[in-house]
Design a protein around this ligand. Structure first.
Ligand SMILES: C[S@@+](CC[C@H](N)C(=O)[O-])C[C@H]1O[C@@H](n2cnc3c(N)ncnc32)[C@H](O)[C@@H]1O
Length: 199
């Protein structure tokens, strides 16, 4: 089953699987960022982060493999009178022809062997001083039942990020947190949080 089929079936249900509020960690980093800058959400699903940043004056674009997720994002954007560019695309074939000031991701479950290439493209797509901010499930999430894949190849370690992003300043940590994000993420969890700035 492709990522698109998998996520389309999840997002076909009524409501928003991870709620309508943004990921708390991404939202908390808004103070680092300049309003009106170009911000790209990758693996954005039903759009909770895109809506949050768009409402606060960022020029937001969003990529996801799921057209059904993106339709929900577009519907919310229309209701809220927001202008968000959406691209239905697999990140493995994404070729960015534009640079961004900020790239954000929450719970993008890419396979281990896909990450080096994606991280390289993220670094390339950032303007100087631009930020990549993300929250991902740690491999330790296998011990928790608050959401996320039960496949270690889709989970992350601090080292996954340390060995990439060579020309960046990196703040990467593994943390135990309590998630309250729709039906999809509820309860104690172990995550990797990254704030990476291109030098
Ligand atoms: C767990 S959901 C998280 C959605 C959103 N970031 C959030 O936190 O609400 C994972 C998302 O990543 C997307 N995704 C997974 N692999 C992808 C890929 N290779 N290319 C594009 N999107 C992908 C899925 O379609 C899905 O929307």
């Amino acid at each position: 089953m492709s990522q698109q089929e998998f996520w389309n079936s999840k997002f076909s249900r009524d409501g928003f699987l991870y709620g309508i509020k943004p990921n708390t960690f991404l939202a908390s980093k808004i103070k680092l960022l300049k309003r009106e800058s170009d911000l790209l959400c990758i693996g954005e699903g039903e759009g909770r982060n895109a809506i949050f940043f768009s409402k606060r004056g960022f020029n937001v674009s969003a990529i996801d493999a799921s057209d059904i997720g993106l339709k929900k994002l577009e519907q919310r954007a229309k209701e809220e009178n927001l202008n968000i560019n959406t691209f239905c695309q697999d990140l493995n074939t994404w070729e960015s022809n534009k640079k961004y000031d900020v790239i954000v991701a929450s719970y993008l479950h890419m396979y281990r062997e896909e990450r080096a290439q994606l991280f390289e493209k993220i670094e390339e797509s950032l303007n100087q001083d631009g930020y990549f901010i993300g929250e991902f499930f740690s491999t330790k999430q296998l011990d928790f039942n608050s959401g996320g894949p039960k496949d270690e190849d889709l989970l992350y370690t601090v080292d996954d990020f340390k060995k990439s992003f060579l020309y960046c300043d990196k703040d990467i940590s593994e943390q135990e947190v309590i998630l309250d994000e729709g039906k999809g993420h509820q309860g104690d969890a172990c995550v990797i949080r990254v704030v990476i700035q291109k030098l």
